[in-house]
Design a protein around this ligand. Structure first.
Ligand code: SF4
Length: 475
């Protein structure tokens, strides 16, 4: 592919976590063989689905809220450059510093140099998809800086030297017995008599983290929303670890995907209703932390905002595909997806699993690097129904399937079919041949090799006794 000046770049290879080691079908086959994983994921998604449906059912204007969320996001995408410049101006006026990162490498370099400048060799982290996407922890580690995850599920993943498998509940594939084992193996100073009671496990994590919160001077976070008109950043969470990270350290560095900006403070009202009900099944998330630049004598005295592109401009350039940037990372589409429920998140190879991962990752990386993901769906449409901002994921999946590179045999077969349909005599001959094949016993058996792959999961339609042409000729 030729690259021209001004052409938006994709997320670079060799850094971050947007590409898997193997295509989805191979990874899914391995995951399907793990019955413990299927039980853990099935149990967790069923529970979240039930809670979410109950609290959504309480709101008579849920559909209007979804419409409003969708309209606000469409407006944001239509004037993203203008809103980002407005955000930069407001954050700067409030005492923050804004950095622009074209990709994962730039963002990692910016954060690493900012941490180095503080003299600290450790950062505490609020759970953040953007920093997972760019592989920030690995970049910091390479620079001799330890990154400590403070969200309980992220901590389980980090201590277990594992990968997240769900946007919201990264350790969804682990049950409590497995978590107890990880804590006993990897958590410094843990009580050897630790049980697998959730309360006991949470208390062990709290003891381990408290000392780290109080002794670390730099925090790194993501952001759920940023308000262009005021320069305010917002993080929503359930455990209070985020509130500690965002208020206790001297320096706060926030890495945010450029699509997270909202025009006005009032827009937040819509998303603070949509997000908790769709994600954790709560009426309100327990902690909503908002900050605007720096406040003398209160909270971090140095604030940096890193605005991350990493392929997002390329997504924005596709008038159909850009819907994927509306995502507020609630994970409702994962929880209702029959494919995700059976394979879990690791099979998708990216930090963004499930239906949204199947449409976002291939667009951020370029379709060639994630060509199998748009096929990781039955196109049942459950994700579209569940999405609080009405992203038409099935439409995006089909759109991306059209862009995916197809095997040479399939391309040749399609070209031959197109040529045949373009030539009436040839088409009539092909119909007669197809009829003969049917008589020759292929009825109900699909196509012969090498085309058998096409009908392995599709029914070959039964040919009628008489074609339209024959019927027409009789008249
Ligand atoms: S695509 Fe929709 S349902 Fe899925 S995580 Fe994003 S906002 Fe939630």
């Amino acid at each position: 592919m030729v690259t021209f000046l001004g052409m938006p770049a994709r997320a670079p290879r060799g850094v971050g976590h947007l590409r898997g080691d193997q295509p989805f079908p191979a990874a899914a086959r391995e995951a399907l063989a793990n019955s413990q994983l299927r039980r853990n994921v099935g149990h967790a998604t069923t529970t979240i689905r039930g809670k979410s449906a109950a609290v959504i059912g309480e709101l008579p204007d849920w559909q209007q809220l979804r419409e409003a969320g969708s309209a606000i996001k469409a407006d944001v995408m239509a004037r993203l450059p203008e809103l980002l410049k407005q955000l930069e101006a407001r954050v700067t006026e409030a005492g923050g510093v804004v950095h622009w990162a074209a990709d994962a490498n730039e963002a990692n370099a910016i954060v690493t140099s900012l941490v180095r400048a503080t003299g600290s060799d450790r950062v505490i982290k609020v759970k953040s998809m953007a920093t997972q996407e760019i592989g920030l922890n690995e970049a910091l580690e390479a620079a001799g800086i330890a990154a400590v995850e403070t969200d309980l599920a992220e901590l389980i993943v980090q201590l277990g030297r594992d990968k997240p498998s769900h946007i919201l509940v990264p350790a969804i594939h682990r049950n409590r017995a497995e978590i107890r084992e990880i804590f006993l193996r990897a958590m410094p100073g843990v009580d050897p008599a630790l049980t697998d009671e959730p309360r006991v496990l949470a208390a062990a994590a709290r003891r381990y983290l408290r000392e780290t919160f109080l002794s670390t001077k730099v925090a790194v976070s993501g952001a759920n929303f940023a308000i262009a008109e005021t320069g305010t950043l917002a993080v929503v969470e359930s455990e209070g670890n985020g509130r500690m990270c965002l208020t206790l350290p001297d320096t706060l560095i926030t890495v945010m995907g450029i699509e997270k900006v909202l025009p006005t403070w009032q827009d937040l009202e819509v998303f603070l209703q949509l997000l908790p009900r769709s994600s954790t099944g709560e009426r309100m998330n327990p902690y909503t932390t908002m900050w605007t630049g720096v406040t003398p004598g209160d909270g971090p005295q140095e604030f940096h905002l890193v605005l991350l592109d990493n392929g997002r401009s390329a997504v924005l350039a596709d008038s159909v595909g850009r819907q994927a940037l509306h995502c507020i990372r609630c994970s409702a589409c994962l929880n209702v997806c029959p494919v995700y429920e059976r394979t879990g998140g690791h099979a998708y190879g990216s930090v963004y699993p499930g239906p949204i991962g199947a449409v976002l990752s291939p667009q951020l990386t370029g379709i060639e690097d994630n060509a199998s993901l748009p096929y990781a769906s039955s196109l049942c449409g459950a994700c579209f129904d569940a999405c609080p901002v009405k992203i038409n994921i099935p439409e995006l999946l089909v759109h991306l399937r059209n862009q995916a590179p197809h095997p040479a045999a399939e391309r040749a077969a399609m070209a031959a079919a197109a040529y045949t349909m373009d030539h009436p005599k040839l088409y009539a001959a092909a119909q007669r041949a197809a009829k003969l094949a049917r008589i020759a016993g292929r009825r109900g058996q699909g196509l012969p090799r090498p085309l058998s792959g096409w009908t392995a999961a599709r029914d070959l339609p039964e040919l009628p006794k008489e074609t339209f042409r024959q019927w027409w000729a009789k008249r």
